[in-house]
Design a protein around this ligand. Structure first.
Ligand SMILES: Nc1nc2c(c(=O)[nH]1)N[C@H]1C(S)=C(S)[C@@H](COP(=O)(O)O)O[C@H]1N2
Ligand SMILES: [Mo]
Length: 409
């Protein structure tokens, strides 16, 4: 059975039926069809809001497979992105529509002493569950702002989210299987398949040291509840500080290998120019590339969106978020004069180095008219955003000083 119709709203009953087999106690968000749109600040930026099971209305990027973005205003609701608002990204159209957690098995094989096939219950019993609050951001988040424009889904800033993940360290599972000498990488895949034979499956790899570092988790809970179906129910690989491409959903197979994995989604896709700026001059091709890795530092104002009206001479509280790959955000600053002066914000209490970091600052608009408000962050490693985004062919890892235009009246 497929959920992949052109019109996701009309097709939801079929999909719901498929969801019948998922764990008891799961409550589905009320389904509404909403003839509403959200508009992103670039050409062809109008997005329909659509409702999928367990999701509030989200911005439709593609229906087959479902690719949904979080409306940006959600990020002002709190530091944690609610499960029903979390973005959704798949590559292959043949996604599971019905999963039975009772019969579900996670297989671990390859270069191990003992191949395993674990039920969810067995997985949960392998050790003490651990929690991490971490940002999942798609490599292509904000791609739609690339200039010159690039191929690929024209994403706004809504292909990211911050959640608390609960699970067992990947390391615990690998140690249970026992890693053999000569292991170099570990590969991961989920239940989704390609529709056509010959299309590569979505398989990703981590270096063995990273896999055994204790940081990646196999999670079964997101913000204290089951992971929503479209976000990878019943288990998902969490790779804190790394781009979402490694966070395999419906994780079903883990394999330890003695070489660098050369599947399409490591060898060809999700690669960046191998230089400091991760960039090329538009029109050029990188001489050397490397697999995309950890998140680059970013910051956003969330309490105001572009086009908002504010009053001259009247202080308002600006709030927002910042994040990076785990270097600890140490400062967030704003500017209203094109970056000549920067005003420091105060950082909210930190909830972990992989989380969104909240910040706030009082800002008093000085002059009437259209004002460009800019925000930038720094971390303890001294990293900060470039003032202008660097460019690469795929529009990956976009990060720059962010600007919104507000109207001072
Ligand atoms: N099984 C599976 N896992 C996957 C993918 C996929 O296509 N299939 N896409 C990856 C990519 S590129 C991203 S950005 C994240 C998105 O996670 P989300 O849909 O839970 O937000 O899932 C990752 N895990
Ligand atoms: Mo992604």
């Amino acid at each position: 059975m497929k959920l992949n119709d052109e019109k996701p709203i009309l097709n939801r009953r079929k999909f719901l039926k498929g969801l019948g087999a998922i764990a008891a106690g799961l409550s589905l968000a009320p389904l509404r069809s909403k003839a509403a749109v959200e508009t992103l600040n670039f050409g062809n930026g109008t997005r329909q809001l659509v409702t999928y099971p367990q999701k509030r209305p989200l911005m439709l990027i593609t229906a087959r497979p479902p690719h949904l973005e979080t409306p940006f205003s959600t990020f002002n609701e709190g530091l944690i992105t609610p499960n029903d608002a979390f973005f959704v990204r798949y590559h292959l159209a043949n996604i599971p529509t019905s999963i039975n957690a009772e019969t579900y098995r996670l297989k671990i094989g390859g270069l191990v002493n003992k191949a395993l096939s674990l039920s969810i219950e067995e997985l949960k019993k392998l050790g003490e569950p651990v929690d991490v609050i971490a940002v999942n951001q798609c490599a292509g988040n904000s791609r739609g702002f690339s200039l010159p424009r690039v191929f690929g889904a024209q994403l706004g800033n809504g292909s990211m989210g911050n959640a608390q993940w609960t699970g067992i360290p990947l390391k615990t599972v690998l140690q249970k299987a026992g890693i053999k000498v000569g292991a170099k990488q570990v590969t991961f895949r989920g239940l989704d398949n390609a529709v056509l034979p010959g299309t590569p499956n979505f398989v990703k790899a981590l270096d063995i040291d990273h896999a055994l570092s204790g940081e990646p988790l196999i999670a079964w809970a997101m913000n204290g509840s089951d992971i929503p179906f479209l976000n990878g129910y019943p288990i998902k690989l969490i790779v804190p500080g790394y781009f979402g491409t490694y966070w395999i959903k419906h994780l079903s197979e883990i394999e330890v290998i003695d070489h660098d994995f050369d599947g399409f989604f490591m060898k060809t896709a999700y690669r960046l120019p191998d230089n400091d700026c991760l960039c090329v001059v538009p029109g050029n091709v990188a001489d050397k590339t490397k697999p995309i890795g950890s998140l680059k530092i970013r910051s956003f104002i969330t309490s105001l969106q572009g086009g908002a009206e504010v009053q001259q001479g009247k202080a308002i509280l600006l709030r927002g978020i910042a994040f990076d790959g785990g270097g600890y955000i140490s400062a967030v600053e704003i500017s209203d004069d094109g970056g000549q002066h920067w005003q420091a914000s105060s950082l909210d209490k930190t909830v972990g180095k992989y989380s969104f970091q909240g910040w706030q600052v009082n800002w008093t608009p000085k002059e009437k008219g259209v004002v460009a408000l800019q925000v930038r962050a720094r971390n303890r490693l001294g990293e900060q955003q470039p003032s202008v985004s660097s460019w690469n062919t795929s529009g990956y890892a976009r990060h720059a000083v962010e600007t919104i235009s507000v109207i001072v009246v």
